[in-house]
Design a binder for this molecule. Structure first.
Ligand code: HMG
Ligand code: MG
Length: 298
């Protein structure tokens, strides 16, 4: 019993580009975003309003939003870590903010310089202020399947933090396999534990494909009724504060599987390949996405 239609939430311009050593010029980022829109993508995380000292690759957030403007039927979102980020995001006209915290203490410290408790409080404060300002707010929970510093992360802790974030008013919680260590039975256990408290519509999966298990984990989620999947064009991505984090599940790989199973996405796969070619040209190397390489090899 699969969903008829799912939402693909594109994170390539944010999760992908934050992890590239070279900072792309703003106009190149805008060109990539245009290619994603041309493929029919409707939800795109375009940048981050984080500290430019921490993520210099995305220091041009304001300028990028000015360049891409607003698009009928397309929602641009961006990471917003705190009130300072929210002030910048509001001034730039952002419609959707994404707050983000971690399920492991060590990753939380490395990524945002806060304990989990401090991070939950700050995310809820940012969420409340963003909602008041009329933005939609999404949330991320990282290291749900495992932490690069601490290893296993207890499911009970994931459930507890997820509920605290959702109680703060986010419309959706995206569960991050930050370093791509998850396997399908673990995904099944985790989702079933969460589904005791959280309606499935509120959950999204954000899977990195470090060990090749992202699509298998996505399939488990799909079978349990999850209807939003994060993915990045060509499989770009990673977290600079999580060593070993590789790219996200490639958008084309996800869309290929979904369409093959009769699940609609509203995205045109051939145009997605064109967007993947743009990404490769701008980044200057072959990307990891399997469908992309197969399509280009034909
Ligand atoms: P901090 O150094 O502890 O911050 O960083 P602070 O509050 O002490 O402020 C220090 C300076 O930063 C001050 O400036 C602030 O004004 C400035 P100064 O007085 O020194 O000139 N500052 C800011 N500037 C611009 N925009 C802001 C901002 N906030 C403070 N928003 C902070 C704390 C959270 C800011 C920092 O740690 C940070 O920006 N971290 C972000 C790291 C990041 O973006 N990581 C990658 C994204 S998460 C991810 O990839 C996982 C995900 O994909 C899901 C998954 O895969 O699991 C989402
Ligand atoms: Mg990520």
């Amino acid at each position: 019993n699969l969903p008829e239609q799912v939402d693909v939430y594109e994170v390539g311009p944010r999760d992908g580009l934050q992890n590239e050593l070279r900072t792309l010029p703003t106009r190149d980022k805008a060109r990539l975003i245009e290619a994603l829109i041309a493929a029919g993508e409707k939800r795109i995380e375009v940048t981050s309003f984080v500290s430019p000292k921490w993520i210099p690759q995305l220091a041009d957030a304001e300028e990028l939003l000015r360049l891409v403007g607003r698009r009928e039927g397309v929602t641009f979102s961006a990471l917003v870590p705190n009130l300072k980020g929210l002030t910048r995001a509001k001034e730039a006209g952002l419609e959707e903010a994404a707050v983000f915290i971690s399920a492991s203490e060590a990753h939380s410290k490395k990524n945002i310089n806060k304990t989990i408790a401090e991070a939950v409080a700050e995310a809820r404060q940012t969420t409340e202020a963003a909602l008041k300002a009329g933005l939609r707010v999404r949330g991320y929970l990282s290291t749900v399947w495992g932490c690069p510093y601490e290893g296993d992360v207890p499911v009970s802790r994931v459930v507890e933090i997820s509920r605290a974030l959702l109680d703060g008013g986010i419309y959706q919680l995206s569960l991050g396999d930050t370093i791509g260590v998850g396997t399908p039975r673990q995904t099944d256990t985790l989702l079933n534990a969460l589904l005791e408290y959280v309606p499935v519509e509120k959950l999204a999966l954000h899977l990195h494909d470090t060990r090749g298990t992202a699509l298998a984990n996505a399939l488990v989620g799909l079978q349990l009724g999850v209807k939003t999947f994060d993915a990045s064009i060509g499989g770009l991505g990673g977290c600079p504060y999580a060593p070993g984090a590789a790219g996200n599940l490639a958008t084309e790989d996800l869309v290929y599987m979904l369409h093959g199973m009769g699940v609609k996405t509203g995205i045109q796969l051939d145009k997605l390949v064109e967007a993947g070619m743009v990404a490769q040209e701008l980044i200057g190397r072959k990307l990891a996405g399997k469908f992309l390489q197969a399509a280009l090899g034909e």
